[in-house]
Design a protein around this ligand. Structure first.
Ligand code: C2O
Ligand code: CU
Length: 463
């Protein structure tokens, strides 16, 4: 690889202009790392290989009765199939691309070896007609998701995303579980997926007025009176923030991106930035009730004006016996560092005026910033600064972090995260440890239009 390597490949919305020493095309060494990672992924004793076929292909998608859009799907459905495994299993997914353009699948939130991360930095893109197999061990229980990491603004909007659930041995046992994948869709007047582009979409990120739960516009969900359910909620929208409310009722947060909290947290609402997940204990409710599952008004300083928005209706059906137990303590999360720990890096999410595009979304002043390597075993304390006037969800690939403070204040509870919202003009201090898994990694804004615009950083994890 040359030291000064300039390129400008164009994959739809991706325009890269790198000045670093990494190459767009994985080198032979990367293919070797892939083979090693593939072979090293072996299930624990008593656990198994979960084999899944994912075919990315065009299909009809009924978003509402009588409303069918032409979508890009995994296995003909939106969301793609819920993939489930247990800690200690190996997940082996053969992706076959039947789309008219290249793709690759990112396993959002998974602590996996770099060659399995599904980005164009670590693998050859999967061309139309080709297949690629991801194989990695499931290390952590939690609610994760998968989505392409190529031309994301288009591929996710058209329907390519799905939930990935990893179960542990010590999970709370509730009455029932529901997976709720939230999304929105921008349709034109003829009910087709609207054209992409334009300044508002570039600035705000793309939001549509069709609000979806598991691929359906404002569906009716049900719960039995008296029961407590576990809801695994994923925000798969390109840019929409969901300040989730369940009819104003109280519910308990059991877990976030990286699995269970230390103890349930009772709230009446929870904010999910794009990419975020929460696990909730929902209920019990009295029979006959009807609750609005909605996103409360949340101003993230967009051009678009905000209001409360319904995602679904929850109907409370006839009572059933409950055997649910929500434990007082869920697990112990050891703090990685005190909130006063001295940061060893600053990552600055900002904007820059651009003659060509009006506004550029940048990290440390540059699109596709090349950041310093992080050494395995060395505690990372990063000040993630948002110097803009709007919110941005910061997402780190491959590792969970703890939020130490936001503008100097400790967060309400300790947790493991891979997405954290950066409020306008703020500093969020995070801590994480490169626990192995050398290679090429990244962090970026999970508003997909900002991500595509270059609001990201690339860095290596090195020995
Ligand atoms: Cu879910 Cu690089 O992202
Ligand atoms: Cu952003």
């Amino acid at each position: 690889m040359s030291g000064q390597h300039h390129m400008s490949h164009d994959h739809g919305a991706h325009v890269h202009s790198h000045h670093g020493s990494f190459d767009h095309e994985p080198a032979a060494a990367v293919r070797e790392l892939y083979r090693d990672a593939y072979q090293e992924a072996q299930p624990d004793a008593g656990r198994k290989v979960v084999a899944v076929e994912l075919e990315a292909r065009e299909a009809d998608w009924a978003v509402a009765p009588g409303a069918v859009v032409r979508a890009w799907t995994f296995n003909g459905q939106v969301p793609g199939p819920v993939i489930e495994g247990r800690v200690g299993d190996v997940l082996e997914v053969r992706l076959t691309n039947r789309l008219p353009e290249p793709t690759a699948v990112h396993w959002h939130g998974m602590r996996l070896p770099a060659p399995m991360d599904g980005t164009e930095m670590v693998q050859q893109l999967v061309q139309p007609g080709e297949s690629f197999t991801y194989r990695f061990k499931l290390l952590d229980a939690g609610t994760f998701w998968y989505h392409p990491h190529v031309n994301e603004t288009v591929q996710l909007e058209r329907g390519l995303y799905g939930a990935l659930i990893v179960r542990g041995d010590d999970e709370p046992v509730l009455d029932r579980e529901q997976v709720l994948v939230l999304d929105d869709l921008k349709l034109d007047r003829k009910g087709r997926i609207a054209k992409f582009g334009g300044f508002v979409q570039w600035h705000d990120g793309r939001e549509g007025d069709a609000r979806l739960v598991n691929g359906s516009v404002e569906p009716t969900l049900s719960i039995a009176a008296g029961q407590i359910e576990r809801w695994r909620v994923v925000n798969a929208a390109s840019a929409r923030y969901v300040r989730l409310s369940i009819g104003g009722a109280q519910f308990r947060i059991l877990g976030t991106d990286g699995g269970l909290l230390e103890a349930p947290v009772a709230v009446n609402e929870v904010l999910l930035a794009p990419g975020d997940r929460v696990d909730l204990a929902v209920g019990p409710f009295a029979e006959g009730g009807e609750l609005a599952v909605q996103a409360l008004r949340y101003s993230r300083m967009t051009i678009k004006r905000r209001a409360d928005e319904r995602f679904a209706t929850l109907r409370v059906g006839p009572a059933k016996v409950s055997t649910a137990v929500v434990p007082e303590r869920l697990r112990v999360i050891e703090p990685l560092a005190p909130s006063t720990a001295t940061p060893n890096r600053t990552v600055n999410f900002g904007i820059k005026l651009s003659l060509r595009r009006g506004i550029d979304f940048v990290v440390n002043g540059e699109r596709h910033n090349v950041d310093a390597p992080a050494k395995i075993g060395e505690l990372q304390v990063w000040d993630v600064v948002n110097s803009t006037l709007m919110d941005h969800p910061f997402h780190l690939h491959g590792y969970f972090f703890q939020v130490l403070s936001v503008n100097g204040e400790p967060p309400a509870f300790r947790s493991w995260e891979d997405v954290v919202n950066l409020p306008p003009k703020s500093t969020t201090r995070i801590a994480w440890i490169p626990d192995g898994r050398p290679g090429s990694w990244m962090y970026h804004c999970h508003i997909l239009e900002h991500h595509a615009a270059g609001m990201m950083g690339h860095f290596d994890v090195v020995r």
